[in-house]
Design a protein around this ligand. Structure first.
Ligand code: PMP
Length: 404
């Protein structure tokens, strides 16, 4: 399969070898690079992309969930073209910034006031710093296998790229193990309502409620990282569960496909960023925080995200998970399973040959014109149809039939 892959994508190979000369590992996004070389994209429309080799793929990665609109959505294109024609890098305030703030405060129950930045990583970094400043404490409760960006990646607790906070590690979905490490030196609790990079593991209602209660008891700020889960419900997982954190971080799709992060919370906490009041001020700056491309794209894109569209995507994801599980059950193929929630789907591999199987599945799909996240990740976008899901299911069935 890998040989077939290499033969079918000589231009990707050539382009990647060139990139390796100046970019360590061949790209500035570690997650996109793997052996023998990644596909190099030339163009993308709707639910498909075309590589520099001229080969077309059904795209089920959807930019790790950030691409919820499908590629090159005309509504977003128009908004960005408008920004191109009216001026950019303005170094000033536009009305779009407040408009986006209103949209987010209208959607997420915990957000009364919000600040923008350029990535989910930044949003989490600022949110944690805000919570520690607000509580005058030093410790941050986080969870094993949590992922909050390149500088708070707890897939390895000793990740050298992590920022040097005093982290305390709880165990996700384990109330007793977490209770054992909670103490009143903790100023911030940072949690994903569903662990995304950690394998699409939903937080249970009991666990997230416990965190809400623990934060209140010890006087810590509870932060929900909804960078991924904000796609699952119009009001986020917080709105769906009725568990309202003190602060929320956002990113990915909300920026309409442009660099984006946001952190928000109650007026009390967020008013610290009012630079006119010198007694409370936390300073938060960033040249591109309110850049007109992101603001325009995000405002336009928000029109595409309705409750019914999100429900449709979730229903497609549920069908994919259910039918995939049925295919695996019928074939008595226990080494693979589908997890996740709604439109975000995780694929897991187990057994002695788990890694080989993961690779075999990935290249099996690639050779059938289907691209997923290589670690076993699928997210659906507005350009996907029931037929797209059928194609993925057919490819899974063919893969399983081949193996048995
Ligand atoms: N939080 C979560 C839950 C994420 O999944 C990610 C990105 N995968 C981030 C934060 C970081 O966002 P960004 O890549 O925009 O820095």
């Amino acid at each position: 399969l890998v040989q077939q892959y290499e033969k079918s994508h000589p231009e990707s190979k050539r382009a990647f070898e060139r990139a390796e000369q100046v970019l360590p590992g061949g790209s500035t996004r570690s997650v996109l690079v793997s052996d023998p070389f990644p596909l190099v994209i030339k163009s993308a429309h709707g639910a498909q992309f075309t590589t520099v080799d001229g080969v077309k793929f059904d795209d089920f990665l959807s930019d790790f969930s950030a691409g919820i609109y499908g590629h090159s959505h005309p509504v977003i294109q128009e908004a960005v073209q408008q920004a191109l024609s009216t001026g950019f890098s303005l170094g000033g305030i536009t009305e779009k910034e407040a408009e986006l703030g209103e949209i987010l405060a209208g959607r997420f129950p915990s957000i009364e006031k919000v600040r923008f930045c350029n990535s989910g990583t930044e949003a989490n970094t600022f949110a944690v710093a805000t919570a520690l400043a607000h509580t005058q404490r030093k410790k941050v409760l986080v969870f094993k296998n949590g992922y909050h960006g390149g500088t708070m990646n707890f897939s390895k607790p000793d990740n050298p790229m992590n920022i040097p906070h005093q982290f305390v590690f709880g165990t996700y979905n384990d109330i007793e193990a977490t209770r054992a490490v909670v103490n009143n030196e903790i100023g911030a609790i940072l949690v994903e309502p569903m662990q995304g990079a950690g394998g699409m593991i939903r937080g249970t209602r009991e666990f997230l409620s416990y965190l809400r209660q623990a934060a209140d008891e010890i006087g810590a700020i509870l932060i929900f990282d909804e960078v991924v889960t904000s796609r699952l419900h119009y009001r986020g997982m917080q709105g769906e569960l009725g568990i309202i954190p003190d602060m929320t971080t956002l990113g990915k799709y909300i920026g309409g496909g442009f660099p984006f992060g946001a952190f928000g919370g109650s007026t009390e906490i967020m008013s610290r960023f009012d630079s006119r009041d010198k007694s409370v001020t936390l300073h938060h700056s960033g040249t591109f925080n309110n850049n007109i491309f992101t603001m325009s794209a995000a405002v336009a894109a928000s029109r595409l995200i309705t409750e019914s569209q999100l429900r449709r995507l979730n229903a497609m994801g549920d069908r994919l998970r259910e039918e995939a599980t049925e295919i695996l059950r019928k074939a008595k193929f226990d080494e693979m399973s589908f997890t996740g929630y709604g439109s975000a789907v995780g694929i897991h591999f187990s057994g002695d040959d788990a890694e080989a199987l993961r690779e075999y599945f990935y290249f099996g799909l690639i050779n059938r014109g289907i691209s997923i996240g290589r670690r076993g990740f699928v997210s659906l976008n507005l350009a996907h149809t029931e037929e797209s899901v059928d194609r993925l299911l057919e490819a899974l069935k063919a893969f399983v039939d081949d193996l048995s």
